[in-house]
Design a protein around this ligand. Structure first.
Ligand SMILES: Cc1cc2nc3c(=O)[nH]c(=O)nc-3n(C[C@H](O)[C@H](O)[C@H](O)COP(=O)(O)OP(=O)(O)OC[C@H]3O[C@@H](n4cnc5c(N)ncnc54)[C@H](O)[C@@H]3O)c2cc1C
Length: 459
């Protein structure tokens, strides 16, 4: 399904091409129990937060991560914790997530650079302002204080911004954090509260007996559990096929770049433009990325659920660069050699997809155009795979069959910000059977019964 090195690097680069923390080290796993209440598969922000919240509630939980906690999307993303321009079903969860992140910033021992000073989406195109106006109705209904500000206010908030602008969407309660630090802090918090957290442990399959999950098989033996949370990011769909659950997912490649530190750009630290989004860390380093632009490598799985994905492909056709080549050939080769999921998981223990140098160039050029007085120099860039659903909102669901299986996946490139609340909701679902937010819009069944919306009102 996945080629760890898919996509071509399209130009020689003068910067390091992997995430700063990616030194190849994986912690020696602890001794694993043979039985626990809950197994969580996947140590991204979703799995780590679920394990943390379950441990807080006194549940015995084992978190299994085949690579490193935060080693995939959750440690490679830009770090936005954004309510602005969210889908109307996601917005209440995001509002609650921002509150939960704020609590976590004091509850957890490790600092993760939590910053809540707002977010500005700048616009010089009337269509974009019209989109903001339409979305403000969604914000108002949810009680979120977002507003459109004029050019003067935009430039007051972003003093180095050059050129003429129609205005911006300002969301004062939006936030950001350093994703690798945040996911690791939550994982460490889970361990400190009694969860068993094992890196370097591949889950090969989910065990089911008479319609209920009974545990998982791992490369280090079986663990029995009556509940399994599958939060395995891009590997969730193939793991679920093994137990007859069909999750429609497309794997998209996104690139991020980091610059050497520069003087503070604004108090907020984050800003969004369709061609360049940026976030500044407290140490002055900027993350720049090509807004909504990303890459898509065609594989044999691209032909699954094609009809469901078509409306979003069509809507985003300008933003998604489709690559047909090596990844497809390698996928055909793997199928011909009958490589099973266990083999593929071990090969892809930490996926390091090739970044798009084109996206780095694009975002840096746009940044320099709109902030000509800010001298940026990229010192690192990297890519990560995201798992997208046909309607670009996640699946968060305790499915009926098999019983005991809970899915949290398909966060469609904007899940980091939701991590804090998703962990809490999963724990509430498992412990009380009643999450504090309505998860109906996120049920898996919407794809089978055709009730999902396509495409949605999202930026
Ligand atoms: C470049 C980039 C920028 C982004 N920017 C933002 C942003 O600014 N804001 C935002 O909200 N979101 C952003 N996102 C999206 C966000 O990172 C993801 O939606 C989120 O991290 C998903 O978390 P997750 O826990 O579901 O998945 P992951 O982080 O992928 O975690 C899943 C984990 O499961 C493990 N795993 C998989 N299979 C197995 C197995 N069989 N056994 C054991 N372990 C397994 C994997 O190794 C992985 O660590 C961005 C993503 C990228 C790539």
């Amino acid at each position: 399904m996945i080629n760890p090195d898919s996509g071509a690097m399209d130009a020689p680069t003068s910067y390091e091409t992997r995430p700063p923390w990616d030194d190849g080290s994986i912690a020696e796993p602890p001794t694993l129990p043979r039985r626990t209440d809950v197994v969580v598969v996947g140590g991204g922000v979703m799995g780590a937060a679920a394990a943390y919240e379950l441990a807080l509630r006194g549940v015995s939980v084992v978190l299994l991560e085949m690579g490193r906690i935060g080693g995939e999307q959750s440690g490679r993303n830009w770090g936005w914790i954004r309510q602005a321009a969210r889908d109307e079903d996601e917005l209440p969860l995001m509002q609650a997530s921002v509150r939960r992140w704020a609590e976590l910033s004091t509850e957890l021992s490790d600092d993760f650079e939590w910053t809540q000073k707002g977010n500005l989406a700048i616009a010089r195109d009337p269509a974009r302002i019209a989109f903001f106006e339409a979305w403000l109705k969604v914000a108002k209904a949810a009680g979120l204080e977002s507003r459109i500000v004029d050019e003067r206010e935009t430039k007051r908030l972003l003093p180095e911004l050059a050129g003429s602008w129609l205005g911006a969407l300002h969301t004062p309660s939006d936030a950001h954090a350093e994703p690798w630090l945040a996911t690791r802090a939550i994982g460490a918090g889970a361990a400190a509260r009694g969860a068993i957290v094992a890196e370097g442990t591949v889950v090969d399959g989910i065990l089911v007996d008479r319609g209920r999950v009974t545990g998982v098989t791992t490369e280090r033996g079986v663990i029995h559990a009556s509940t399994v949370v599958c939060a395995a990011g891009v590997w969730t769909a193939p793991l679920l096929y093994g137990v007859g659950v069909d999750l429609p997912i497309r794997i998209v490649r996104s690139t991020a770049a980091r610059t050497k530190p520069v003087a503070p750009l604004s108090e907020m630290g984050v800003g969004y433009h369709p061609v360049v989004s940026f976030r500044q860390r407290p140490n002055g380093a900027l993350y720049v990325a090509a807004g909504g632009w990303s890459d898509y490598d065609v594989t044999l799985d691209s032909f699954r659920h094609l009809r469901a994905f078509l409306p979003n492909y069509i809507k985003n056709r300008r933003l998604l660069k489709v690559h047909v080549g090596r990844p497809l050939l390698e996928d055909v080769g793997r199928r011909a050699r009958r490589r099973d999921l266990a083999w593929r998981l071990r090969q892809g223990r930490v996926l390091s997809p090739a970044l798009s140098a084109e996206k780095v160039r694009m975002s840096v050029a746009k940044f320099r155009e709109i902030f000509p007085s800010v001298p940026i120099e990229v010192d690192r860039a990297w890519a990560g795979y995201t798992d997208a659903t046909p309607d670009a909102v996640p699946v968060i669901d305790a499915v009926a069959s098999p019983g005991g299986l809970v899915i949290a996946a398909g966060f469609s490139g904007h899940g980091f910000g939701m991590g804090a609340i998703v962990g809490k909701l999963l724990a509430e679902q498992i412990v009380d059977g009643r999450p504090s937010h309505d998860l109906h819009p996120f049920r898996l069944g919407r794809f089978a019964d055709g009730t999902f919306r396509r495409p949605r009102l999202v930026a």
